[in-house]
Design a protein around this ligand. Structure first.
Ligand code: UD1
Length: 359
């Protein structure tokens, strides 16, 4: 098959790293980068380090409101699909790049393969939920990371086209987690080299829901109370807000870093005392690394992780975060809801056996 894969945001690069390698063994794949994430440390470093094939097209669309970004992507993606005439379009996750790819392909009657289908937070107040629902209902082939995701699709009448293949991010995680990698210093937000302490908490925060100054300050206030410092690689969205807060309130235990590359993030998640995040991806990586996680959001992205205090929801509230961090986790070694790290091969097998003409 000729498959056009559309990526645009950091977590999609991580997923493409694992699947592209396998997909290209039997299909022609054309990679399209929408441009949603464009900073070198949000995009280029992932392509280099993870050996992701270079995109044939970079559409250069980023920023603006959700509508403006999505609309500009629609126009540019349509040109590519009309030119390439693929047999299918492959999409990952729930970003605006995913939604734009789905709408464009559906209008051109090109079958869609959606990887990481079926996740539901149950509220449209989460900006990604509309992307998940729309993409799933426009897709021909729905590939779920877990049984829970498949059950969500069953409830929406999409059983016949949905399959479980494990979480493709686990493939990437294992690939890097098995390498011995110790970053002795990392780049600070002011361009300085920062020593990585032996004991630390690892925090990330980038979601629209937590990007207000009040929410970020509550999270910082909690982290400042802990016995070890917190390492926080900052998403560009929160850069000036995080720097202002640290300067204004003189936090001593929050270490601000530039966004880190994947291998550094894997090191941090493996070696942190605990993780505090609002990232769907990082909460899973903490689970794989058996590092306890507190997830700062009202809704759960991966309900499978909420067992034995391995992942707990907290509000962006100092006391709530500290209370959740004070608990210990219990690990059942036999519990593996995300598969065995061989999702790429399983996804290829599902694609091979699926009759796209019927859909
Ligand atoms: C997007 C996804 C989110 C995903 C996240 C991963 C949507 C709706 N959301 O959110 O699901 O968890 O990616 O990181 O698609 N910016 C830069 N440089 C960059 C990237 C972004 O300066 O390289 C700026 C943008 O211009 C914008 C802000 O950061 O002002 C937010 O970026 P945007 O792509 O809108 O959403 P994310 O928060 O990254």
């Amino acid at each position: 098959m000729k498959i056009v894969t559309i990526v645009g945001a950091r977590p999609q690069f991580i997923k493409a790293a694992a699947l592209s390698r396998e997909l290209r063994k039997e299909h022609e794949e054309i990679l399209v980068h929408t441009g949603q994430h464009y900073d070198s440390n949000m995009s280029d470093v992932f392509f280099e380090e993870m050996e992701i094939p270079a995109p044939k097209y970079n559409l250069g669309v980023s920023g603006g409101s959700h509508a403006k970004m999505t609309a500009n992507m629609l126009i540019e993606i349509e040109k590519v699909l009309v030119e390439e005439k693929p047999d299918a379009v492959l999409l990952y996750g729930d970003t605006n790049s995913t939604l734009a790819g789905a709408l464009t392909a559906a209008k051109l009657l090109i079958p869609i393969i959606h990887i990481e289908a079926g996740n539901r937070l149950g509220t449209l107040t989460n900006p990604e939920e509309v992307n998940r629902i729309t993409t799933d209902h426009l897709s021909s082939l729905l590939i779920c990371s877990t049984e829970t995701s498949k059950e969500n699709l069953d409830k929406e009448g999409l059983s016949e086209r949905s399959f479980v293949a494990g979480n493709i991010m686990y493939d990437s995680f294992l690939h890097f987690a098995n390498k011995e990698w110790i970053p002795h210093t990392l780049l600070g937000l002011n361009g300085e080299q920062v020593e990585i302490p032996e004991n630390f908490y690892y925090m990330t925060c980038h979601r629209q829901e937590n990007s207000g100054e009040k929410e970020l300050k509550e999270i910082f206030d909690a982290m400042e109370c802990l016995e070890y410092p917190t390492i926080y690689p900052v998403h560009p969205r929160n850069k000036s807000r995080a720097m202002n807060l640290v300067n204004q309130f003189n936090y001593k235990k929050i270490i601000l870093l530039d966004a880190v590359k994947y291998s550094d993030s894997v090191y941090l998640v493996k070696n942190a005392k605990k993780v505090v995040t609002d990232s769907g991806g990082l909460q899973c990586e903490a689970f794989y690394a058996k590092t306890q996680c507190v997830f700062v959001l009202d809704y759960v992205v991966w309900p499978e992780t909420l067992v034995g205090n391995r992942n707990q929801l907290a509000k962006p509230d100092k006391q709530d975060i500290l209370e959740k961090l004070s608990k210990e986790q219990v690990i059942d070694e036999n519990y593996k809801p995300f598969g065995d790290g061989n999702s790429a091969a399983k996804i290829c097998e599902i694609i091979r056996n699926f009759d796209f003409r019927l859909k």
